[in-house]
Design a protein around this ligand. Structure first.
Ligand code: ADP
Length: 495
C-alpha cells in the first residue's frame, strides 16, 4: 500500500500573482504553483500587496473581517492594514491582499521611491502578522525573490518569540532571477526595525554602505530553490552568479533547481479564449487561422511560404534581444520571413525595434505594450519563437511555444536548455533549435536552421507534434517542492 503523504501548511509570500499583478514569470509561477499545491491537498495561503492598479470589482474582492486592522510596526513607524481576498481563477484557492494605500497605491508594482524597502518589508511583516491572527502555523514560509527575502531573518528575530505559530516553521526562498537583488543604502537599516540585529547582516556589505535583501535570504532561508536545474548550477559560477556565486556555492547543499511548470488551463490551444480559432496536435488548421488573423491585425501580408518569427518579452538586457537586428537584418533582406515583437521595457530596445520595423515595414511589426491576450495570439499564430537570452532562469514562453506548436529558437542557457531538445536533421528528433554562443552569428545560424526546417514541411510538422506532446504541467513539479518542504502533519488533520 502507498503511504499517504504528509500535508503542509504553506505561507506563500510574493510580489506578483497573475492575473492580479504581473510583470513576468514570477506572476505566472505565483499563481500556478500555489494552485497546484492546493490541488495536492496542502493548505496554502498566498499574500501579496493590493497595488493601486488592481481592479477590485473585476476580481470579486471581499474584505476579510477576521483580519481587520492588522497593526504592523517597526523602525519607529506603524501601518494599519486591511486584508482583502479574491478567488484565484481556475482554482479553489483564495489569494490574500494587503491593503495599505500609503504604500501600494502607486503606478507600478515596483518603484524607485525612497520607501521601496518598506513596501516589501510590510508585505513580509503583514503576512506573518496575518498568520498569527489566523492561528495559521506554517510548516513552511515560501518566499520569492528579493521583495520577500528578508522574511527568514524576520522569523529569526522579530517573530521568534511566537513559538506557537512559528516554532516549527522552515523557510524556502525561490530565486526566480538572481540579478534583481533589492539593493538599498545601509542607512535604511534603522527603518527595518532590525538595527538591534545588525550583527546578523552581511558585515562587509554594511561597511560598503549597502543592504542586499536577496543576499540575506540566501544566507538565512532553510532551503533555496531556483527555477531550473541548469540555472541552479550556473548561479554557482562567477559568470552567472551576479556577485552571490560564492555564497551560493557555500550553501550548495541547500540549493536545488526545480523546473517551473506551465498552467495547462491558462495555456491550452484547444481551449484558449484569447484565440480566434482553436486547435490541437491532430488538427493544426486552427493554427493557420490564428496566423492569418495575427498578421492581419499587425497589418502584415499573409504569405504562405514565409515563416513568422515572434518575440514576447520584457525588453531587458538579460533577454539578449540586442542581437536581433544584426542577426536578422541580412536574412530579412534575402528572405520573405516575418517578425512580430511584443515587448515593453528599456528605451534603447524600444528604439531598436522601432528602427527595425522602419527598415522592414512589410516584414516586421513591433508593439510596445504589455498585452496578455496578444501574447496568447502571438504564441498561437507564430511558426517560430525567438529567445536569444543572455541568461534565463527558467523561461516560460518557450514552454508555451512548445504547447502551441510554435518551434522555439533559443540560446542554450538555464531553463531553455532544460526544456528544449535540439533538432537533429538526420533523425528528425528534437523539439526546437538551440545555439551556444551569445552573439549575432549564433542567432543567425539558429534562424537559418529554422528557415531550413520550415522548408521541409514533414520535418517541421514532426517537430511541432513532438513539442506539443511534452508535459510541463505543474502537478509533476509539485512532487519536487514536496521533497524540499519539511515533512508536515499527517493527512486530514488540518490545524
Ligand atoms: P521573465 O520572468 O524573465 O520576464 P518568463 O519567460 O519567465 O520571463 O516569463 C515572462 C512572462 O511574461 C510570460 O508569461 C510572457 O508571456 C509574459 N510577458 C512578457 N512580456 C509581455 C508583454 N509585453 N505582454 C504580455 N505578456 C508579456
Amino acid at each position: 500500500m502507498l503511504a499517504s503523504k504528509a500535508l503542509v501548511n504553506v505561507l506563500f509570500l510574493t510580489s506578483e500573482v497573475h492575473p492580479f499583478a504581473k510583470t513576468g514569470g514570477l506572476g505566472d509561477v505565483s499563481a500556478a504553483l500555489p494552485a497546484a499545491l492546493n490541488r495536492a491537498g496542502h493548505d496554502v495561503r498566498v499574500f501579496l500587496p493590493l497595488y493601486g492598479r488592481i481592479d477590485l470589482r473585476k476580481h470579486r474582492m471581499r474584505r476579510v473581517e477576521s483580519l481587520r486592522d492588522l497593526r504592523v510596526s517597526f523602525g519607529g513607524r506603524a501601518w494599519t492594514l486591511q486584508v482583502l481576498a479574491a478567488p484565484l481563477p481556475g482554482s479553489t484557492l483564495e489569494v490574500f491582499f494587503l491593503h495599505c494605500p500609503e504604500l501600494y497605491a502607486r503606478q507600478g508594482i515596483y518603484t524607485h521611491d525612497a520607501d521601496e524597502h518598506l513596501r516589501f518589508l510590510v508585505l513580509s511583516c503583514g503576512a506573518l502578522t496575518a498568520a498569527q491572527r489566523m492561528r495559521f502555523a506554517p510548516d513552511v514560509v515560501h518566499c520569492n525573490d528579493w521583495p520577500t527575502a528578508l522574511t527568514p531573518l524576520l522569523l529569526e528575530t522579530r517573530f521568534a518569540w511566537d513559538k506557537d505559530i512559528f516554532g516549527g516553521t522552515k523557510t524556502v526562498l525561490t530565486i526566480h532571477n538572481l540579478n534583481y537583488q533589492g539593493m538599498f543604502p545601509a542607512h535604511v537599516l534603522p527603518d527595518t526595525g532590525l538595527a538591534d540585529s545588525a550583527h546578523l547582516f552581511h558585515q562587509d556589505q554594511l561597511r560598503e554602505g549597502r543592504i542586499n535583501f536577496l543576499l540575506h535570504g540566501v544566507l538565512y532561508a532553510d532551503a533555496l530553490t531556483t527555477v531550473s536545474p541548469t540555472y541552479a548550477r550556473e548561479i554557482r559560477t562567477p559568470e552567472y552568479g551576479a556577485g552571490l556565486d560564492g555564497l551560493l556555492r557555500a550553501r550548495g547543499n541547500a540549493l536545488s533547481g526545480i523546473l517551473n511548470g506551465i498552467d495547462h488551463g491558462e495555456w491550452n490551444p484547444q481551449t484558449d479564449a484569447h484565440l480566434p480559432a482553436r486547435y490541437s496536435a491532430r488538427d493544426l488548421s486552427g493554427k493557420r487561422t490564428c496566423k492569418q488573423r495575427l498578421l492581419a491585425s499587425a497589418q502584415l501580408p499573409y504569405v504562405e511560404q514565409a515563416p513568422l518569427f515572434a518575440i514576447v518579452s520584457r525588453l531587458a538586457g538579460q533577454k539578449g534581444l540586442d542581437l536581433v537586428p544584426d542577426a536578422l537584418a541580412p536574412l530579412l533582406r534575402r528572405h520573405p520571413l516575418q517578425l512580430v515583437v511584443l515587448g515593453s521595457g528599456e528605451r534603447r530596445l524600444v528604439r531598436m525595434f522601432r528602427e527595425l520595423e522602419r527598415h522592414f515595414p512589410r516584414q516586421v511589426r513591433f508593439r510596445d505594450t504589455f498585452d496578455v491576450g496578444l501574447s496568447h495570439r502571438i504564441e498561437a499564430g507564430a511558426d517560430f519563437f525567438l529567445m536569444p537570452s543572455r541568461y534565463e532562469p527558467c523561461g516560460l514562453n518557450q514552454m508555451y511555444s512548445l504547447r502551441y506548436g510554435t518551434v522555439p529558437v533559443v540560446r542554450k542557457t538555464g531553463g531553455l536548455s532544460d526544456t528544449v531538445r535540439q533538432w537533429n536533421p538526420r533523425t528528425g528528433e528534437g523539439t526546437g533549435i538551440l545555439f551556444d554562443h551569445h552573439d549575432a552569428a549564433g542567432l543567425r545560424w539558429a534562424t537559418e536552421t529554422a528557415l531550413q526546417l520550415f522548408n521541409d514541411p514533414v520535418a517541421f510538422r514532426r517537430l511541432q507534434e513532438a513539442g506539443m506532446a511534452e508535459d510541463f504541467s505543474w502537478d509533476a513539479q509539485v512532487a519536487e517542492y514536496e521533497q524540499v518542504y519539511p515533512r508536515g502533519r499527517a493527512p486530514h488533520t488540518k490545524g
